[in-house]
Ligand binder design. Structure first.
Ligand code: HEC
Ligand SMILES: [Cu+2]
Length: 354
């Protein structure tokens, strides 16, 4: 290939890459982490700051670049005899004052609503609905102090309700970020931070740990599911139930046997199996009491995609149980050397835990 041809091919690839990037940006479905798509009053407040500042920046950009272009064109060297040097304005006190004062005024103008929003959003209002969030490498644990519920990965909240998340970390710094609902906030070991969440509509809001926290940081995601108050109350009731033990001889029962024999109970709490009170246990792994009620697991990374089928979910669970660290590097759930039969039985059992 001649140099010219290869250049042309290269250009074509670059164009293709750029186009696909642009097209990818157009699809809502592939953009679950979009902070320009507020779904509640807190996110709207932040969005309401972003757009005015953005448009002021756009206007400033065009004014400054326009002035620059005009100066370049008007005062360019025309290569004609006798062209006079333009008037020199360096050190002109009036101009200096004016172009210092204008940005100062703009910044001061932006600062007023910004600072007021920062303070308004910093702390939870009194009487908010309380949830506790604990960051673990690499999953989020959620508990509801008023309801004695502990769950993981999927945070269920009621709609049109001020939710106050009291957050801390069990190991390193994490950061909880649900862009549709609010900005980010750190989870700090040994300290508490608060994050306000409020969703207008029932729906699923995606999130991500936003602070590098070790090997599987990228696979530490979060999901918030907002439910109407009545659906939320139902969910609470279901979560508070202790699951019935499966009938002897069923595949679910086989799974429970494996669960007890393979050491799962050394790390996982499952109400009715290994735990008298859910609050006394030091948490090292997600509570599995209502595992099947959660749409995603393993740090909200499995099953992947937007509308996984039950088969895809079970396949993902099988691959997780077979070798967790191959799915999430560094995972604190080890490869337990389970056989295919044991995995099938465990899936039957875990998927019955609604
Ligand atoms: C040494 C502790 C340990 C043992 C033993 C263990 N796990 Fe885990 N397990 C974990 C940890 C930690 C996670 C979270 C991993 C992550 O998401 O990074 C986890 C995650 C899971 C999940 C996903 C839960 C969710 O909601 O994200 C399932 C299901 C699971 N384990 C099942 C089992 C089963 C079944 C066994 C027994 C065969 C078992 N585990 C044994 C520590 C353990
Ligand atoms: Cu993290």
């Amino acid at each position: 290939m001649s140099g010219r041809q290869s250049k042309r091919v290269w250009r074509r690839y670059a164009l293709l890459g750029l186009t696909s990037l642009l097209l990818a940006a157009c699809s809502e479905q592939t953009l679950p982490l979009n902070s320009l798509d507020p779904k509640g009053p807190i996110a709207e407040r932040i969005d309401g700051l972003f757009w005015p500042v953005f448009w002021i920046a756009v206007i400033v950009f065009f004014l400054v670049q326009g002035a620059l272009l005009a100066a370049i064109l008007i005062f360019r060297d025309r290569n004609v005899e006798g062209q006079k040097e333009p008037k020199q304005i360096h050190g002109n006190a009036v101009l200096e004052v004016v172009w210092t004062a204008i940005p100062t005024l703009i910044l001061a103008g932006i600062a007023v609503p910004t600072i007021s929003a920062v303070f308004d959003l910093a702390d939870c209002p009194t009487g908010a609905f309380e949830v506790d969030i604990v960051g673990h490498q690499w999953w989020f644990e959620y508990s509801y102090p008023d309801y004695d519920i502990t769950t993981a990965n999927v945070l269920v909240i009621p709609t049109e309700t001020e939710v106050c998340a009291n957050m801390t970390s069990d190991d390193v710094l994490h950061n909880f970020w649900i862009p549709n609902l609010n900005g980010k906030r750190y989870l700090v070991p040994g300290s508490n931070t608060e994050l306000r969440l409020n969703a207008d509509e029932p729906g699923e809001y995606w999130g991500q740990c936003a602070e590098f926290c070790g090997l599987s940081h990228a696979k530490m995601r979060a999901r918030v599911i907002a439910l109407d108050q009545s659906d939320f109350d139902l969910w609470v009731e279901e979560q508070q139930e202790v699951p019935e033990p499966p009938a002897e001889g069923t595949p679910e029962w086989e799974g429970l046997q494996v669960f007890q024999q393979a050491g799962c109970t050394g790390c996982h709490v499952l109400a009715g199996v290994n735990e008298p009170s859910r609050q006394d246990v030091t948490v090292v792994a997600p509570n599995l009491t209502h595992f099947a009620s959660r749409s995603v697991f393993a740090g909200a990374t499995l099953p992947s995609g937007f509308d996984p089928t039950q088969e895809e979910r079970e396949a993902a669970l099988a691959s997780w149980l077979a070798d967790p660290p191959s799915i999430k590097p560094g995972s604190f759930m080890p490869d337990l050397g389970l056989t295919a039969d044991q995995i099938d039985a465990l899936i039957a059992y875990l998927e019955s835990l609604e």
